[in-house]
Ligand binder design. Sequence first.
Ligand code: ZN
Length: 237
Amino acid sequence: MAYEALKQMVDESQSIVFFGGAGVSTESGIPDFRSVDGLYHQKYDYPPETILSHTFFEQKPEAFFKFYRDKLLTPGIKPNKAHLKLAQWEQEGKLLAVVTQNIDGLHQAAGSKKVFELHGSVHRNYCMKCGKFFTADFIRESKEPVPHCECGGRIKPDVVLYEEGLDDAVVSGAIHAIAKADLMIVAGTSLTVYPAAGLLRYFRGKHLVLINRDATSMDSQCDLVIHDKVGEVLSSI
Ligand code: ZN
């Protein structure tokens, strides 16, 4: 019944915005940092939230890049049914934009063009001195523990680390899309987590839908809540 209700909302909508969190990528085999069996509970010398901080990147770049290569530059990861359906909707002119907290580039891999990556992407890495960009493959295959550009500058992932602010242009692009949306689907994240909660304030459309494996404290404020896997839900409507 919930699936039918969602299908009807999607059919009636012309300007869908999808807001996705870690739960969208877990179906592609990428662990959720915050879930019980996610990275936060794996054993490292430091907790992941420490390793993925600006201070740590500056002070212990070797350990940072070891973690980055091991855990974030996961080769062979493919878009799942959720990514593919969203790309299809964009192609059909039904979807305005995807706003994502994920840094894996899977929406683009599925064919989506309008993607606001709030936390950046592992597919962009840049020289802190000259600004030249490098691919994830370059970082993965680099022999140096801390990769450097040919100009001598240190390379930094274009990923928003802890202690760093979000990119203003990305945030305002996301807000602009959300403000124009008639249907907003939030998936694989709890609405209570920053920045989801703040961005949602700009939604003035008809229906707010939440697809999340677990219940959240915001469930009652949505027009429709589906507790299931995002890929399963989107591919069945
Ligand atoms: Zn350089």
